[in-house]
Design a protein around this ligand. Structure first.
Ligand SMILES: Nc1ncnc2c1ncn2[C@@H]1O[C@H](COP(=O)(O)OP(=O)(O)O)[C@@H](O)[C@H]1O
Ligand SMILES: O=P(O)(O)OC[C@H](O)CO
Length: 500
């Protein structure tokens, strides 16, 4: 298998990517295609399942063609995907009966409130590791069964299939031969028991989802089957599947308990490997299955921040202060600090660890001397402060003092942000050379299954440092900054309460 490659398919919220990796974990070719975001009503977000498939298959074909699709040049395919996004289709035709309901979609908030009202939150958290929230797939499936004509009847007849995006891609790549998912994606549905590693009959009953709709749950690294030539253009083993944040944790080689990564994309997603036992959070974090390789299951704690790099997009598109996201570094760096300005970017409520859907974006401490540069600096700082809130919750839940944070995602290009992150956390922030860690993780999972790499130890050595940021800020300054952020959070939450 001398000149073979691994093809990683990274199906994200706004684009589909296909990246070819070589045996040293280097990127050989990368292709990317954006697709439509559909907003039928405020708070609703949908994708066309057909566009998810066609964008993914076209970039896969482009990447595969770069090394000669018909030369058996690709040893295996690994899939990683936006999580929780829900697709329901008719098994007989392979046609989706409704658009994909995206993880950001809030339409099932009242259904979730009703579950909480019935006192089910603790049971659900105990079994699934999740908070009751529209974020997860279960309530989205229920919505489709309740709102698409004839759906419930089709489900009762066993004609409907549900899948997260990994499942949908595999179904299409195998012309409907495989209806599978992996443990990491299953653990984001609110239907999966993370202790028994099976769909939970009691939860299926509570949420009203027939077991016949659900995919078979597999490990994250095994040969599930082959792509069909007619659907995919070539016959290639599909050998790895993991949700994108789980895949990034693996790609960052956070394979030992206590290792943490934070991905700074549109949102920020921090995950800590907690080893082979789940930790149920007391601080509003999620417990999730990191991956299963062979018989070994790893669990993780996760904190999801809804607005990360998106606050920079707002400076660019909403305020017009910058032309490109990258420009924020120069603008913010033109002042020495925010001069007391705090920005809480709760544009869509606050995620972990606050979980307040009513909070809204707020800016405090403006004076006559405040400039656009202070806004830019406060926006960057807000990403770092939100990360700090999650990291502290993780330390409290795990009892582990974190000494190093591995980072990836688009906003980690920003050195000012990374330095401030290290200053405010008091830990080293560590940026690898390959920041496409999500795709790399999926490639590793697939390559391990087919013997392209022999063991996790074999790939661990491929992780290479780009830059390590050490904390430099004097302790008193750190303390004063954090105190201001805490006041800003309290004020943002209070602002949302119109009785206050
Ligand atoms: N130099 C930068 N400084 C701060 N934010 C940045 C920078 N470059 C990109 N971003 C932000 O990073 C995000 C894109 O990162 P990416 O990892 O591609 O996200 P996603 O996978 O969620 O689409 C955008 O929100 C963008 O504003
Ligand atoms: O597609 P991304 O990278 O924004 O990730 C989305 C997450 O998986 C949602 O839980």
């Amino acid at each position: 298998m001398k000149d073979k490659y691994i093809l990683a398919l990274d199906q994200g919220t706004t684009s589909s990517r296909a990246i070819l990796f070589d045996r040293q974990g280097n990127i050989v070719y990368s292709a990317q295609k954006e697709f439509r975001q559909i907003y039928p009503q405020p708070g609703w977000v949908e994708h066309d399942p057909q566009e998810i498939w066609s964008s993914q298959v076209s970039v896969a074909a482009e990447a595969a063609a770069s090394v000669g699709l018909h030369n058996n040049a690709i040893a295996a395919i690994g899939i990683t995907n936006q999580r929780e996004t829900t697709i329901v289709w008719d098994r007989r035709t392979g046609k989706a009966i409704y658009n994909a309901i995206v993880w950001q979609d809030r339409r099932t908030a009242s259904f979730c409130d009703a579950l909480k009202g019935r006192g089910l939150a603790e049971k659900i958290r105990e079994k699934t590791g999740l908070l009751v929230d529209p974020y997860f797939s279960g309530s989205k499936i229920r919505w489709i069964l309740d709102n698409v004509d004839g759906a419930q009847q089709l489900a009762d007849q066993g004609n409907l299939a549900f899948g997260t995006v990994d499942t949908w891609l595999v179904w299409n790549m195998t012309s409907g031969k495989l209806h599978i998912t992996d443990v990491s994606n299953a653990s984001r549905t609110m239907l999966f028991n993370i202790h028994t590693l099976d769909w939970d009959d009691e939860l299926l009953d509570i949420i009203g989802v027939p077991r016949s709709m659900l995919p078979t749950v597999k490990s994250s690294s095994e040969v599930y089957g082959n792509t069909e030539k007619i659907a995919f253009g070539a016959v290639i083993p599909i050998a790895g599947i993991a949700g994108d944040q789980h895949s990034a944790l693996f790609g960052q080689m956070c394979t030992a308990p206590g290792m943490v990564k934070n991905t700074y994309g549109t949102g920020c997603f921090m995950m800590m490997n907690t080893g082979t036992k789940p930790i149920i959070s007391k601080n509003n974090l999620l417990t999730t299955v990191a991956w299963k390789i062979g018989d070994e299951v790893h669990y993780a704690l996760e904190g999801s921040i809804f607005i990360g790099g998106a606050v920079v997009q707002w400076l660019r598109d909403g305020l017009g202060l910058i032309q490109t996201s990258a420009e924020v570094e120069n603008l913010a760096g033109s002042v020495k600090d925010t001069d007391g300005v705090y920005l809480v970017p709760a544009f869509a409520g606050l995620g972990a660890p606050h979980w307040n859907p009513h909070a809204r974006g707020t800016i405090f401490g403006i004076t006559r001397g405040t400039t656009s540069a202070h806004y830019a600096r406060a926006a960057l700082d807000s990403i770092a402060y939100q990360t700090m809130d999650v990291l502290q919750a993780m330390e409290a839940d795990s009892g582990i003092v974190i000494s190093e944070l591995r980072v990836d995602g688009g906003a980690t290009a920003n050195n000012l942000l990374m330095q401030f992150q290290s200053d405010i956390l008091g830990v080293d922030v560590v940026r690898p050379k390959v920041t496409e860690t999500t795709a790399l993780g999926a490639a590793y999972l697939a390559g391990l299954a087919v013997g392209y790499w022999s063991s996790t130890d074999d790939v661990r050595g491929q992780w290479q440092l780009d830059r390590r940021f050490h904390s430099e800020m004097p302790a008193a300054e750190v303390k004063a900054n954090i105190k201001g952020w805490r006041r800003a959070i309290v004020a943002a939450v209070s602002w949302a309460n119109d009785d206050a």
